[in-house]
Design a protein around this ligand. Structure first.
Ligand code: TRP
Length: 341
């Protein structure tokens, strides 16, 4: 049945993650759960983006290399099934780097500097005058990823929309040169889940900021993270009325607690006054322990067999090499670079 649907839809999905750290609850809510669902309906490839991870870690490659298997274990632990989803490693697919070189001649530096996501990242990372070339050009590398797999649907958060736009510009330019539709345009598949806030309620989740809960978090880690969570700073005494909006504990309860009626009642009690943060945090802590325990246990099993993780990645990468080499050959032919074939 699933196969039939795959044939009917003809859509190809590509997603990926920079391999710069373990995955966390933000990834889980924003994209991992969706991938587990989509793998039954579509042909899907998930890319461990180690090359892209290096674009702002050129002097610290260990940060990327040491996280490749972590990311694969995270995928498997949440239920991404290598028999249904192709899991591959960006650096093991040379066609992606080659396509990046060809595409880079079709994109101006000014266009890259206008990409709003890159622009924001550049100012946030305070590169100063030393923006790595690879970082400025990573949207081109991402266009190579997307087109090499002939992906038509890209599940993304809204920060990735400029990458899709840039990809389609490259597709149109190359097809115009080739006078043939050798590359396919893609569309975003926007996640319906709102972005999960960091535990401090301040900014983007990041492991180095210590404001996220990893999929590998132990009971102790979870407890500590929930205890430190941002609530309503004006809710000083239990009997005070509390604010639910912007209260990270309630945002997480909405995202993870299975009983939404119970949570709605809890919100009313909190807003009326008489419900303490200690109680809401206790409920959240238990809920997150229940969510993460099976994931952590599966993750531990996968991490204890690195050879198996490497095999999964190797097999997915081999399949991806075959797919992407075809696209590369078409692009080279369009550019007249096919003397030998
Ligand atoms: N840019 C994505 C991120 O920051 C990772 C990524 C690399 C990607 N190549 C991709 C996502 C291709 C979708 C499609 O997480």
């Amino acid at each position: 049945m699933h196969n039939q649907k795959k044939i009917i839809t003809q859509e190809k999905i590509l997603t990926g993650d920079r391999a710069t750290g373990q995955l966390h609850l933000g990834h889980f809510v924003g994209s991992l759960q969706q991938r587990v669902k989509l793998q039954h309906e579509y042909e899907q490839t998930v890319l461990v983006a180690d090359l892209q991870g290096l674009t702002d870690n050129g002097h610290n490659p260990h940060k990327v290399s040491s996280n490749i298997l972590n990311v694969v274990a995270d995928y498997l632990a949440v239920g991404i099934d290598p028999l249904k989803t192709t899991i591959c490693l960006q650096s093991a697919i040379p066609a992606l780097a080659e396509l990046t070189m060809y595409y880079s001649n079709l994109v101006s530096v000014a266009r890259l500097q206008r990409n709003p996501t890159v622009k924001n990242e550049i100012s946030a990372k305070s590169f100063g005058r030393s923006i790595p070339t690879g970082f400025l050009t990573y949207p081109i590398s991402q266009a190579a990823d997307i087109t090499a797999f002939r992906a038509t649907l890209i599940p993304v958060g809204d920060d990735q929309l400029p990458m899709i736009e840039q990809t389609n510009e490259i597709v149109r330019k190359l097809n115009h040169i080739a006078q043939d539709d050798i590359l396919v345009e893609c569309r975003p598949l926007l996640s319906k889940m709102p972005r999960l806030p960091s535990t401090d309620g301040k900014c983007k989740m990041s492991k180095s900021m210590g404001n996220c809960i990893l999929l590998s978090a132990t009971d102790k880690d979870i407890s500590k993270a929930v205890k430190s969570m941002y609530t309503d700073p004006n809710h000083l005494k239990i009997e005070d009325p509390g604010q639910v909006s912007g209260n990270v504990v309630f945002t997480y309860l909405d995202a993870f607690h299975p009983d939404s009626t119970f949570i709605d009642e809890l919100k009313v009690r909190y807003q009326n006054g008489g419900l303490g943060d200690g109680t809401t945090k206790k409920i959240l802590e238990e809920c997150l322990q229940n969510t993460l325990k099976p994931i952590r246990e599966r993750r531990d099993v996968f991490m204890s067999d690195k050879a198996q993780l490497i095999d999964i990645l190797r097999m997915g990468s081999q399949k991806s090499q075959e797919e992407s080499n075809q696209v590369l050959n078409n692009v080279k032919r369009a550019l007249g670079l096919n003397l030998f074939n």
